[in-house]
Ligand binder design. Structure first.
Ligand SMILES: Nc1ccc(Br)nc1
Length: 386
């Protein structure tokens, strides 16, 4: 929105479409949320990292039809370089791991909180930016890594007063779908595109999914087999479909056993419909959801053992999650768990006469040196801030 200024010039008051300002109270809420992200990461012995907001576009030019790639906030810079506002943090993390190379002691346990962008036409009125908390473990091939990540997510929810009655985490493994595709002799390079398509099952009608799969030459009997497999929600049914000796069954059972150890089993449920929409997942995938089913996914992640090699490195086992700053706030509001964030001070110091202003400054300085938050009244407004 813009309004007329005193000299007739336009005053721009709104931020760009799809973006948010954070005025003081919103900023205090965001700081509280991020402090919880950081505290959980700290308790899990993760180290904070950060990356540029702008990355080379080629970091994201995957060809599996992902929405995240189709909505790149990309442009050409003044040097003619093709760049993009990052849509996610994982590729930057992979790039940094490769940059640091073997000089590091693995496993790496890194976390980041960063603003991520997408450019979609505003007809849907959706936001174009959000902040994501990511935790990633690099160098651990076993599901012990996923168990740590799931335990961190649960700790975060519990810190905010959210229980396993409010939120669940659906867990599956892309090796389920891989086994089904192998059964129908679907070529391996169709695996990622199939995952990206069937991830939309909860957003698009079944016939649209079927026609999208047919477009990439998945035969109709395979389509039926894939969609049936995605309805599985018990290990018995999974074993009946792909065999008890399959990798997916072993990994899932071990992950759920570890979850018992963490005491987070009540939060997890096997659900083969979880595929996630990123092409690079290769194993475990998971997604936090609200049990009232009013909101979009709260968080999500999985194992991506081959992402680093797509950037020229060696295959390196890796897994991680992304946790956005928007849906969680909607959930907290729904559950009446969002605290108030008033601006709090310990002391207000005010010179009742101009001759006392210097004295008042000294009093404020002493109180602040002792660690107290002091509002020194330097201008008597019509309405006192306090
Ligand atoms: N990847 C992504 C970026 C920005 C928003 Br809003 N949502 C998803």
């Amino acid at each position: 929105m813009s309004t007329k200024g005193s000299m007739g010039s336009q005053i721009v008051t709104d931020p760009p479409k799809g973006t948010r300002d954070f005025p003081p109270e919103d900023m205090r809420m965001r700081t509280w949320l991020f402090n919880n992200f950081r505290e959980v990461s700290r308790l899990f012995s993760f180290e904070e990292v950060d990356f540029p907001m702008v990355e080379s576009e080629e970091l994201y030019t995957r060809k599996a039809g992902e929405e995240i790639v189709g909505q790149l906030y990309n442009f050409e810079d003044k040097g003619g370089r093709k760049v993009a506002l990052r849509p996610e943090l994982t590729p930057s993390l992979a790039r940094l791991v490769l940059q640091k190379g073997k000089a590091q002691v693995f496993p790496l346990k890194w976390f980041a909180i960063g603003q991520c962008w997408r450019y979609e036409n505003m007809t849907r009125g959706r936001r174009r930016e959000h902040y994501q908390w990511n935790m990633d473990i690099i160098g651990v091939p076993g599901v012990e890594a996923e168990a740590e990540l799931l335990a961190a997510i649960v700790m975060f929810f519990e810190r905010l007063g959210i229980t396993s009655k409010d939120v669940g985490i659906k867990v599956s493994n892309r090796k389920v779908l891989q086994a089904v595709l192998e059964k129908y002799e679907i070529q391996a390079d169709n695996f990622a595109p199939v995952c990206v398509i069937v991830d939309k099952l909860d957003k698009l009608p079944r016939d649209v999914i079927e026609s999208e799969l047919a477009k990439i030459n998945v035969p109709s009997e395979a389509i039926d087999g894939i969609l049936k497999a995605l309805t599985l929600q018990s290990f018995d049914d999974l074993e009946a479909l792909i065999g008890a000796e399959s990798g997916a069954v072993g990994e899932l059972k071990q992950l759920f056993a570890l979850a018992e150890g963490y005491g987070i089993q009540d939060w997890l449920q096997f659900d083969a419909s979880v595929v996630r929409g990123l092409a690079y997942y290769t194993g475990t995938v998971f997604e936090g959801f609200d049990k009232d089913r009013k909101l979009r996914a709260i968080c999500g992640g999985g194992r991506y053992d081959r992402l680093l090699s797509t950037y020229g490195g060696l295959d390196t086992p890796a897994c991680g999650f992304g946790f956005g700053d928007a849906v969680i706030v909607e959930l907290l509001k729904e559950k009446k768990l969002l605290p108030k964030f008033p601006h709090v001070v310990d002391d207000v110091v005010m010179a009742l006469e101009d001759s006392l202003k210097i004295k008042a400054a000294g009093v404020a300085a002493q109180l602040r040196k002792s660690g107290r938050v002091v509002e020194l009244v330097i201008e008597k407004g019509k309405k006192m801030r306090w």
